[in-house]
Design a protein around this ligand. Structure first.
Ligand code: ZN
Length: 90
Protein backbone atom coordinates (compact mmCIF):
# COMPACT_ATOMS: atom_id res chain seq x y z
CA UNK A 1 0.00 0.00 0.00
CA UNK A 2 1.32 3.37 -1.00
CA UNK A 3 0.41 6.42 0.95
CA UNK A 4 -0.31 9.47 -1.17
CA UNK A 5 2.41 12.06 -1.11
CA UNK A 6 1.40 15.17 0.76
CA UNK A 7 3.26 18.41 0.33
CA UNK A 8 5.24 18.65 3.52
CA UNK A 9 6.39 22.19 2.83
CA UNK A 10 3.36 24.39 2.15
CA UNK A 11 5.50 27.51 2.15
CA UNK A 12 7.50 26.35 -0.83
CA UNK A 13 6.15 27.19 -4.27
CA UNK A 14 8.06 26.03 -7.32
CA UNK A 15 9.47 28.91 -9.31
CA UNK A 16 7.38 30.04 -12.24
CA UNK A 17 4.18 28.58 -10.88
CA UNK A 18 1.35 30.90 -10.08
CA UNK A 19 -0.58 30.15 -6.89
CA UNK A 20 -3.96 29.99 -8.57
CA UNK A 21 -4.48 28.60 -12.03
CA UNK A 22 -6.76 30.77 -14.09
CA UNK A 23 -8.82 29.46 -16.96
CA UNK A 24 -7.28 30.20 -20.32
CA UNK A 25 -9.58 32.69 -21.93
CA UNK A 26 -9.77 33.56 -25.59
CA UNK A 27 -8.56 37.19 -26.01
CA UNK A 28 -11.77 38.19 -27.79
CA UNK A 29 -13.81 37.54 -24.67
CA UNK A 30 -13.75 40.78 -22.80
CA UNK A 31 -15.68 42.07 -19.82
CA UNK A 32 -17.50 44.51 -22.13
CA UNK A 33 -18.62 41.74 -24.45
CA UNK A 34 -19.82 39.47 -21.67
CA UNK A 35 -21.57 42.31 -19.85
CA UNK A 36 -23.39 43.30 -23.03
CA UNK A 37 -24.54 39.72 -23.54
CA UNK A 38 -25.81 39.47 -19.98
CA UNK A 39 -27.73 42.73 -20.32
CA UNK A 40 -29.18 41.55 -23.61
CA UNK A 41 -30.32 38.28 -22.09
CA UNK A 42 -32.13 40.15 -19.35
CA UNK A 43 -34.44 41.95 -21.76
CA UNK A 44 -34.80 39.08 -24.21
CA UNK A 45 -35.37 35.37 -24.24
CA UNK A 46 -31.88 34.61 -25.41
CA UNK A 47 -29.47 32.60 -23.39
CA UNK A 48 -26.13 33.79 -24.65
CA UNK A 49 -22.87 32.12 -23.92
CA UNK A 50 -19.30 32.11 -25.16
CA UNK A 51 -16.72 29.55 -26.05
CA UNK A 52 -13.57 30.48 -24.19
CA UNK A 53 -11.47 28.30 -26.46
CA UNK A 54 -12.26 29.89 -29.83
CA UNK A 55 -14.19 33.00 -28.80
CA UNK A 56 -17.40 32.09 -30.65
CA UNK A 57 -20.81 33.18 -29.48
CA UNK A 58 -23.12 30.42 -28.39
CA UNK A 59 -26.88 30.48 -28.06
CA UNK A 60 -29.32 28.59 -25.92
CA UNK A 61 -26.84 28.32 -23.09
CA UNK A 62 -28.09 28.37 -19.53
CA UNK A 63 -26.73 31.36 -17.60
CA UNK A 64 -24.81 29.11 -15.24
CA UNK A 65 -23.63 26.67 -17.89
CA UNK A 66 -20.09 25.38 -17.75
CA UNK A 67 -18.04 23.32 -20.15
CA UNK A 68 -20.70 22.85 -22.78
CA UNK A 69 -19.55 21.57 -26.13
CA UNK A 70 -18.81 24.29 -28.67
CA UNK A 71 -20.54 23.95 -32.02
CA UNK A 72 -17.67 25.74 -33.67
CA UNK A 73 -14.50 24.12 -32.33
CA UNK A 74 -15.96 21.07 -30.57
CA UNK A 75 -14.23 21.79 -27.29
CA UNK A 76 -16.10 21.68 -24.03
CA UNK A 77 -15.41 25.33 -23.38
CA UNK A 78 -18.81 27.01 -23.65
CA UNK A 79 -19.85 28.97 -20.60
CA UNK A 80 -23.02 30.90 -19.93
CA UNK A 81 -22.64 34.67 -20.10
CA UNK A 82 -23.51 35.18 -16.45
CA UNK A 83 -21.09 32.48 -15.44
CA UNK A 84 -18.34 34.08 -17.49
CA UNK A 85 -18.92 37.44 -15.84
CA UNK A 86 -17.29 36.05 -12.74
CA UNK A 87 -14.21 35.15 -14.72
CA UNK A 88 -13.76 38.30 -16.76
CA UNK A 89 -14.48 40.74 -13.96
CA UNK A 90 -12.56 38.86 -11.26
ZN1 ZN B 1 -15.27 27.02 -29.59
Amino acid sequence: MKTPQVDAMPGMTPLGLKPAKKAVMHPSITAERVTAAVEESMCGLDNPGFCIACGEDAEGVEPDARKYECECCGKRAVYGAEELLFYVTA
